[in-house]
Every structure is written in structure tokens, then in C-alpha cells.
Write a protein that binds this ligand. Structure first.
Ligand code: NAD
Length: 474
């Protein structure tokens, strides 16, 4: 890729400050497929200066101008769709059916929704003798993970552009290429110089330089709770706003009246989505005690039907996990489930039969999982589902809430009074009822150690705004 050795700063592709590079490894083959430039604090500083200059004019653009800009981004994005899918599939091993479907839809649906919010948003309102203005917060530092790469980039840049902010993005060092495509799309769409800047690099150096930078007003971070804590600490000295979208260990509760064949199949699909690497996945399946055997048998049958193989093959339903360290982590979790006495119903340690290379994990189902087991409590980030029994719905809610996280929960059931009551009991930022379709109006974010602040929808848009009260305005 032509721009892999460069960064996008002040509207141009520029040479990095240092000569440091990193090799990218295809998770399906373990072979190096590209080399990218790695940045430094000096590159971040240069990007922040460009963003600060651009803020002077971009923050004063009209709503109409920004709507037109987002519409041009929509057009430019459509021209690159195929390349985006293929790039992400190589970068993270996302099955091509997902990278050419849900991933692209996510970006397009959220672009359309952001335009809609922008068109109708009240940037000024009168209350008493005060006029309340909502103004762009300033320069935003964005740090994104690898698991849904360009999706997470779009989730941040769309509201930032819509509100009149300027930005410096550092994508995951494991998935820099789709970030480069995103920058090329914004350039083609005519985003003014300095409004969007891209610097690649790792978390320790480049990410940390963003968190600490005195001229960045807000950090929007998506990634692990470990990194979120570090970012919040590093950002504290300059009192910048930190929006943290972090990890999870979400429950998926099946009510007794659910159609178990479909509900368990959906539950396995939800857990194995993105090769088991979705932050809001329902990784703990909770079922009525009397239905535990039935749920376990269906889940095992469904898991055994997954097809592991080259992610670029449309027949593949489960690709590899991201890298060697992720692979060994997941193996260790599977072994811990066995050692701690959970019942292995499908999968297990090692690669799937017939696969000799790549970070492929066997689609794995554990049953009889107890609350003191690591696989019940810790985020695994691989295709491993834990099934546990509950006694009644109070017990189900208590079990679902028995976690340091609070990103999401899932409920399947027919009695909507019971479903709604249960949904209100759950301490989670999103509760998905009966496997709903994507709703771009829904805010996304976590309770407890799953983060703070929200992305998506009007609440996500508002995170990029400061509030000014002009008192006595009439
Ligand atoms: P990660 O935390 O290792 O890395 C995420 C990003 O943070 C990368 O760009 C990395 O370079 C950077 N980073 C790491 N340490 C940093 C530091 N000290 N300072 C600044 N930046 C730093 O996470 P990952 O492995 O890329 O992604 C997986 C994690 O992300 C999982 O825990 C998952 O649950 C979470 N996630 C959360 C959401 C959400 O919306 N809540 C969405 C997707 C993924």
C-alpha cells in the first residue's frame, strides 16, 4: 500500500519523524504481508498543531457545510468498499461475509444517521434568561482497537466532523491499513487540511503521547480496560475529557418460553461473531436449570457446524483470532475451564482438525460453568461460550450483574412483560432483546469497568460538544 510508510498530517501524506517500522502478520497464515511506519511523540505533536490550526476555521463551518462534507464521505466510501473488506479480512481474519456485509453496513448506516442527527440538532436553546450553546470541544485524540477496525474509526470520526471538531487518529498498530484507507477517503471527500490527521504507532509511545498532550481536549478510546485505565490516568494531568469504551463479559439470558433451537443458535452466533472478538458478545449463556442439557446439546451441535478456514473464502464462518498472543491467551482460558471442572461440550485446546497454520481456535462450548471459574469472570476474546444454569429470573439478573463489567446483556423470550422487567434489572449499557437488528439511534457504552461516556446516536454526538451558558441573554 502506497501510503503505508507515511502519515496523513495537515492534508498531506508526510514522512514520519523516525525510521521505525513494524511488520504486519496475516493471522490466517502467520506470514508477513506488509510493513508500516511507526510514529513517535514528535509526529503526534505535529498532527496536533495542524488540528489546532484547522479548528479555528472548521469549528465555525455551518451545519449545511458539514452535512455536505459527510455526504461526500458517503460517496467516497462507496468507491472503496471492496478494498476495505479485503483489507480488513487480511488484517484481522474477519470472514469476508462479515467484512463485506455488516462492517460496511455499519459505516454507511452510521454516516446516514450522523447526517440526520446533525440536520436536526439544537446547537442553541433558551432556558430562563440563558442561552445554552453546544460548541465543538476542540481537538480530539482517537485511539482505536483492531477487532472492528474501520467500523470503530468511523464511529469516532463521524460525530467529530459533524460537530466541528478536529482530530488526530491512532488506529491499532495491528490494523493500520484500513485506517490509511479511511484517511484517503476523507482526503478525496475534501475534508479541509488539518481537520483529520493520522499517525500510526503503538500504545506505549504514540497512544500515550495522545493521552498526555496538553493541546488535545478530549480522548475517545476504544479498547481494553487495562489500556483505558492507563489512558484515564495519563489524561488526568490536563483534565481532558476521556470517553472510554472498554471490555465486557456480557450475559445472554434465555427465558423458559424462548424457542431454544433458534435462541441457542443465535447465542452461539453472537458469541462467535468477529471470531469471538466482539466487545459486547454474550459470552455467558444463562438458561433455566431444567433446560441446561437441552441448551448444551444444541450449542455443541451448532458449534461443531462452524467452518474454520481461510477468511477470504465465503464458506468460512470462523476465522482465526488476531495474533499469537491472543491465540495463547485463549488456549490458556480453555485449559483453565477444563482444569477448574467445567464440562467441555465442544471444541477444546489446539487448532481445529486439518488446520496446520494460523491462529485458529476450535469453536468451544463449556457447560456447568460456575461463577468462581475464570471463564465465567474474565474476558476471553475468542470463540468460547460458557453455559450456566439459573433458578429463576431474579437469580438470572443477579448472575448477569455479577461482574466488574457492564457493557451489554442479551435476552431472548416471548413474554415481553417479563423481558422488559428483566432488562431494567440489568446493569449494562445495552440490553439486546430477541437478537435485534442494528439500530444506529441506540447509544453504545458501558456501566462499571466497561467504560464511561457513550458512542453512536445522539448521546455519542453530544460527547464531542462543550456547553456554554450565556446568562442574561434575554
Ligand atoms: P488494546 O487496549 O490493547 O488496544 C487498543 C488501542 O489502544 C490500540 O490502538 C493500542 O495501541 C492502544 N493502547 C494500548 N495501550 C495504550 C496506552 N497505555 N496508552 C494509549 N493507548 C494505548 O485493545 P485491543 O486488544 O486492540 O482490543 C481488544 C479490547 O478492546 C477488548 O478488551 C475489547 O473488549 C475492547 N473493545 C471494546 C469496545 C467497546 O466499544 N466497548 C469495542 C471493541 C473492543
Amino acid at each position: 500500500m502506497e501510503n503505508a510508510s507515511k502519515f496523513y498530517i495537515d492534508g498531506k501524506w508526510v514522512e514520519p519523524a523516525s525510521t521505525s517500522t513494524s511488520e504486519l502478520i496475516d493471522p490466517a497464515t502467520e506470514k508477513v504481508y506488509a510493513t508500516v511506519a511507526m510514529g513517535s511523540a514528535e509526529d503526534i505533536d505535529r498532527a496536533v498543531k495542524a488540528a489546532r490550526r484547522a479548528f479555528e476555521t472548521f469549528s465555525r463551518t455551518t451545519v449545511e457545510e458539514r452535512i455536505e462534507l459527510l455526504q461526500r464521505i458517503e460517496v467516497a466510501f462507496r468507491k472503496r468498499e471492496r478494498e476495505i473488506s479485503e483489507t480488513v479480512t487480511q488484517e484481522v481474519g474477519m470472514p469476508i461475509s462479515v467484512s463485506s456485509g455488516f462492517l460496511l453496513d455499519w459505516c454507511k448506516i452510521h454516516t446516514a444517521e450522523t447526517i440526520e442527527i446533525l440536520r436536526n440538532y439544537a446547537f442553541a436553546e433558551k432556558l430562563g434568561t440563558t442561552t445554552i450553546y453546544k460548541e465543538p470541544i476542540g481537538v480530539v485524540g482517537m485511539i482505536t482497537p483492531w477487532n472492528f477496525p474501520i467500523g470503530q474509526i468511523f464511529t469516532k470520526i463521524l460525530p467529530a466532523l459533524a460537530t466541528g471538531c478536529t482530530m488526530v487518529l491512532k488506529p491499532s498498530q495491528l490494523t493500520p491499513l484500513d485506517g490509511i484507507i479511511a484517511a484517503e477517503i476523507l482526503h478525496e471527500a475534501g475534508v479541509p487540511a488539518g481537520v483529520f490527521n493520522l499517525v500510526n504507532g503503538d500504545g506505549r509511545d504514540v497512544g500515550e503521547a495522545i493521552s498526555k498532550h496538553a493541546d488535545i481536549d478530549m480522548v475517545s478510546f476504544t479498547g481494553s480496560t487495562r489500556a483505558g485505565i492507563q489512558i484515564a490516568k495519563s489524561a488526568a494531568d490536563t483534565i481532558k475529557r476521556v470517553v472510554n469504551e472498554l471490555g465486557g463479559k456480557s450475559a445472554n439470558i434465555l427465558l423458559d418460553d424462548a424457542d431454544f433451537e433458534t435462541a441457542v443458535e443465535n447465542a452461539v452466533g453472537n458469541c462467535f461473531f468477529l471470531n469471538g472478538q466482539a466487545c459486547d458478545a454474550g459470552t455467558r449463556l444463562l438458561v433455566p436449570r431444567a433446560r441446561l442439557e437441552e441448551a448444551t446439546n444444541i450449542a455443541a451441535k451448532v458449534a461443531n457446524g462452524y467452518v474454520s478456514g481461510p477468511p477470504s473464502d465465503p464458506a468460512t464462518t470462523l476465522g482465526p483470532v488476531m495474533n499469537a498472543s491472543q491465540f495463547f491467551n485463549v488456549q490458556e482460558y480453555i485449559q483453565s475451564g477444563i482444569d477448574q471442572g467445567a464440562r467441555l461440550a465442544a471444541g477444546g485446546v489446539g487448532r481445529p482438525d486439518g488446520i496446520e497454520a494460523g491462529y485458529f481456535v476450535k469453536p468451544t462450548i463449556f457447560s456447568d460453568v460456575a461463577p468462581d471459574m475464570r471463564i465465567y469472570r474474565e474476558e476471553i476474546f475468542g470463540p468460547v461460550l460458557s453455559i450456566s444454569a439459573y433458578e429463576d429470573l431474579n437469580d438470572a439478573a443477579r448472575m448477569a450483574n455479577d461482574t466488574i463489567y457492564g457493557l451489554a446483556a442479551h435476552i431472548t423470550g416471548k413474554d415481553m412483560d417479563k423481558v422488559r422487567k428483566l432488562a431494567r434489572e440489568l446493569r449494562a449499557g445495552s440490553v439486546y432483546v430477541n437478537s435485534p437488528d442494528l439500530d444506529p439511534k441506540a447509544p453504545f457504552g458501558g456501566y462499571r469497568q466497561s467504560g464511561n461516556g457513550r458512542e453512536c446516536g445522539e448521546q455519542g454526538f453530544t460527547e464531542y460538544l462543550e456547553i456554554k451558558a450565556v446568562v442574561g441573554h434575554g
